[in-house]
Design a protein. Structure first.
Length: 598
């Protein structure tokens, strides 16, 4: 096929020796013990081969795949060789890709858009030339995605999404591809189509390694090499799929007629035919034996002086992974397209407009009336609370959904974390600005605050800063906790002290000295002090008092009663900004650490 000639690949041979994986496990007595998932397994997978790692649940299939791909390194020991040279992880990741069990895709993009953005990111180019567009067309055609190229990803079937995941990585022409249970969750027809696609990829010269939970007899024949793990985390077979029956027969194990061979060897590993698993482990030497690979290993042996070449498209060779500016532009474009198609944006805007209208109705005209000073102060404070909670909630809900996609794309070397983080911040900024502005316009006008542009501008600026800071708190909580329930509860718990020491519920002068320092680090206190000065400071004249007596109609007296006699708006603004920047950096570091762990 034309695609095969354009995407042919020399592939890479992969060999591993004594891979062991241990994890910390809590016992009933609350002690941490090491639990061994993989016990010194060895083996080899060769270029041009479709290889399957099979075993029962908990046997360590995904753990082995994570080790071989470099997706996880913590807790592992052993040696991995690429073309008979020790694996250099950074170089290897540029030549490989890892497609996870769950299809982590951008649901708002069409198939065509998704693959074009992937191509731009991997080749670091703002526009695709004719040859690259032709390559994309060929990939789509070969994977039977051409007819649905303008369909949104959210409307694709499970099999189509799986093939799209493959297509996104093919634009970089990887030499070795890892798949974690590529047929999981698919019907038999879709599963067969995906396996046929993997077979075609192996025929182009690539090394295709995947884990399989269940495989029918016809599906099993598609694979060249079979690697079987027992529940103990040890290898009980490593060889050609066609040799499996002979291998078992040598040990006196004969598969019943009309019985799936894959199911049979898994049943053996589970002890359903006696204690045979240990014998198989010893016979295959825990994967080190190459006897049942026949001449496959000799055919694929690489000379000692063979150099590993990064096999990517020529157009991408001279680009730099650290070219953050191009990545930033492409990622910002992609995020903008996604954002404009989300109904959640309309919901955010409508919530801000409706709530501000309700507040304006309930608190109509309180800002110009000296008899409603307390009500106006409560309005200003609760306005801050509304901005704080809506901004943080939007991130708590949205950002955790981005992390699995980010984890996959960042691991597969699509872009740097800093480029993604900055683009995400930039794209959401106009939305937060618009929401805050619309909210402030309606609220400020109908509640009778002083209609002076400088006051309104400073008021809106402070509200915006609080919104951005609260968004960052939401991002931080969403990064720390995958569970929406935990992040929501803990965010409320975290925000409570900031509110308590906001300068409204209790004045600084009435607070015990041991707690007064908390006012200095409370962004709500600085924000509240700033907007109060916007409303009652800046030499505002006396307020209108319709009653015989008003407690205070002098703005300066109001500020003095609140322990805010001195106008420190810009100090307050920069204090909020400083807290925002600190939290922004902290969120980045936490996200970076989370990606390293996963």
């Amino acid at each position: 096929m034309e695609l095969n000639s354009m995407l042919s690949n020399k592939g890479l041979d992969l060999r591993f020796v004594d891979i062991t994986y241990k994890v910390n496990n809590w016992t009933d007595t609350f002690k941490i013990e090491k639990k061994t998932i993989l016990k010194g397994v060895s083996g080899a997978f060769y270029q041009g081969q479709l290889c399957a790692i099979i075993g029962c649940s908990g046997s360590g299939k995904s753990s082995l795949l994570n080790a071989l791909s470099g997706y996880k390194t913590s807790g592992y020991s052993g040696t991995i060789f690429i073309n008979d040279k020790p694996q250099e992880l950074e170089s290897f990741q540029k030549q490989s890709c890892y497609i996870m069990q769950e299809d982590q895709l951008h649901m708002q993009l069409t198939v065509r858009e998704a693959i074009e953005f992937a191509s731009k990111l991997k080749c670091l180019t703002l526009s695709l030339n004719a040859s690259k567009l032709k390559m994309i067309d060929l990939i789509l055609e070969n994977l039977n995605l051409l007819k649905i190229q303008h369909t949104a990803t959210m409307n694709l079937s499970g099999g189509e999404r799986r093939k799209l995941s493959i297509a996104l990585e093919l634009v970089h022409n990887p030499s070795i591809m890892f798949f974690d249970e590529p047929t999981s969750g698919l019907d038999s027809l879709s599963a067969n189509q995906v396996l046929a696609t993997l077979r075609g990829l192996a025929n182009t010269g690539r090394n295709i390694i995947c884990t399989i939970h269940q495989a029918s007899a016809p599906q099993l024949k598609i694979f060249d090499i079979l690697y079987v793990l027992a529940p103990s985390g040890q290898c009980i077979y490593h060889g050609l799929t066609s040799n499996l029956l002979d291998y078992l027969a040598v040990l006196g194990l004969r598969c019943p007629l009309y019985h799936n061979t894959a199911d049979y060897i898994i049943e053996i590993s589970l002890g359903e035919y006696g204690d045979q698993a240990e014998k198989l482990v010893k016979y295959i030497d825990n994967g080190k034996s190459t006897e049942w690979l026949k001449n496959t290993c000799q055919k694929h042996l690489v000379k000692e002086d063979h150099l590993i070449a990064v096999n990517i498209n020529d157009e991408c060779k001279n680009t730099q992974f650290t070219n953050h500016l191009i990545q930033l532009v492409i990622l910002s474009h992609r995020s903008t397209v996604k954002t404009l198609r989300e109904k959640f944006i309309t919901t955010r805007l409508m919530v801000h407009i409706i709530v501000s209208a309700v507040y304006g109705w309930v608190y109509f005209g309180v800002g110009i009336n000296a008899s409603f000073i307390h009500d106006n102060l409560m309005l200003l404070f609760f306005s801050l609370l509304f901005i704080m909670y809506t901004a943080s909630s939007s991130m708590i809900i949205n950002f955790p959904l981005e992390i699995p996609i980010l984890s996959k794309e960042h691991f597969n070397q699509w872009y740097s974390l800093s480029s993604y983080y900055l683009s995400f911040t930039i794209v959401d900024l106009p939305i937060q600005v618009l929401c805050t502005f619309l909210y402030c316009v309606v609220l400020y006008y109908f509640t009778g605050q002083p209609l002076e542009w400088p006051r309104f501008g400073l008021y809106t600026l402070m509200m915006l800063m609080v919104g951005l800071l609260s968004q960052t708190i939401g991002m931080l909580m969403g990064t720390l906790f995958n569970d929406l329930r935990f992040s929501t509860i803990l965010t409320s718990f975290l925000l409570m002290p900031w509110m308590m020491f906001g300068g409204i519920f209790i004045k600084i002068s009435d607070t015990p000295e041991i707690f007064r320092w908390l006012f200095d680090i409370s962004f709500m206190k600085h924000a509240m002090e700033g907007i109060v000065h916007c409303v009652y400071g800046l030499d505002r004249p006396r307020l209108y008092c319709p009653k015989i007596y008003c407690y205070s109609s002098s703005p300066s007296s109001i500020l003095k009663d609140l322990d805010m006699p001195v106008n420190k708006y810009w100090f307050n603004f920069f204090a909020v900004t400083a807290i925002y920047l600190i939290l922004k950096v902290l969120t980045y570091l936490v996200l970076k650490k989370k990606l390293e762990i996963h």
